[in-house]
Design a protein around this ligand. Structure first.
Ligand SMILES: [Fe+2]
Ligand SMILES: [Fe+2]
Length: 257
């Protein structure tokens, strides 16, 4: 077992697909994760698995690796067993999670926006452009800048995870450029393709940050660092204006109606 604890999780899953199923059941998405270089022994820490769940999950993984110890019935029991996930964040990290909530509300409106664009591009040009301003100003300039310029500095050790997040931010910026190009050339199909890709990318990205990255970074921070983070976020919030969040919330509220 020790050998496997020090092996990259992707290799473990390739050798023992059951391990991927078990992790998936505990809402740990190593099977679809783009990183995959985490060691099996680090999964518990990175994914902030609660203590009572840790032993149970590792027993199942060990049984799967030893082979045949987990019966079909037991595996079905594992698959059907939901694990509630309640994460308590510190105040500054909660602010980022709240910003995600607003971004997710906008993302949820994209399918309807795409339907409208397919029916009438000209009549929805302004709506597309307003959405792009929201993405650029709120999601990218305000929120992603807080992550890139401040939060990610506190990540220790596994830089692969940070690189994946930075790559997602870059891809998001490319999709925004594509949306604008589509508006410029009057290509409705290209706009909706880019919007859908942006929605998919950000939905997955936010889930990874809320459930994996933020708890992991936070766990490695001292109380002083959390205080420092709060102070640095306060400065950014002040620079953007006290009504910045509220203004964009009103924008999303208005779209919702
Ligand atoms: Fe991010
Ligand atoms: Fe984020």
């Amino acid at each position: 077992m020790d050998r496997y604890l020090n092996m990259a999780i992707k290799s473990v899953i390739t050798e023992f697909p059951k391990v991927g199923t078990i992790l998936k059941d505990y809402e740990i998405g190593c099977v679809t994760c783009g990183v995959g270089t985490c060691l099996l022994k680090d999964i518990i820490e990175i994914h902030n698995v609660p203590k009572p769940v840790e032993a149970e999950m590792m027993n199942k993984i060990e049984a799967a690796i030893k082979g045949g110890d987990t019966s079909k019935e037991e595996m079905q029991e594992i698959i059907g067993m939901p694990v509630p996930k309640v994460i308590a964040y510190s105040e500054p990290i909660q602010r980022l999670v709240d910003e995600h909530a607003l971004i997710k509300r906008y993302l949820s409106l994209i399918p309807d926006l795409c339907d409208r664009i397919n029916m009438d591009l000209e009549g929805n040009r302004e709506l597309i452009q307003q959405g792009v301003v929201f993405i650029k100003q709120f999601a990218d300039k305000f929120h992603h800048a807080k992550e890139e310029d401040i939060l990610f500095e506190y990540a220790k050790g596994n830089t692969d995870i940070i690189n994946v997040m930075l790559e997602d931010h870059k891809k998001g910026r490319c999709y925004v450029k594509s949306i604008l190009l589509g508006v410029e050339t009057g290509d409705a199909a290209f706009i909706t393709y880019s919007l859908e890709n942006y929605r998919e990318l950000l939905t997955e990205h936010i889930k990874k940050e809320d459930e994996i990255l933020y708890p992991w970074i936070e766990k490695g921070m001292s109380l002083n660092q959390i205080d420092e983070l709060k102070g640095r976020f306060d400065i950014v919030d002040f620079e953007f204006g006290s009504d910045f969040y509220e203004r964009w919330k009103c924008f999303v509220d208005s779209l919702d109606k």
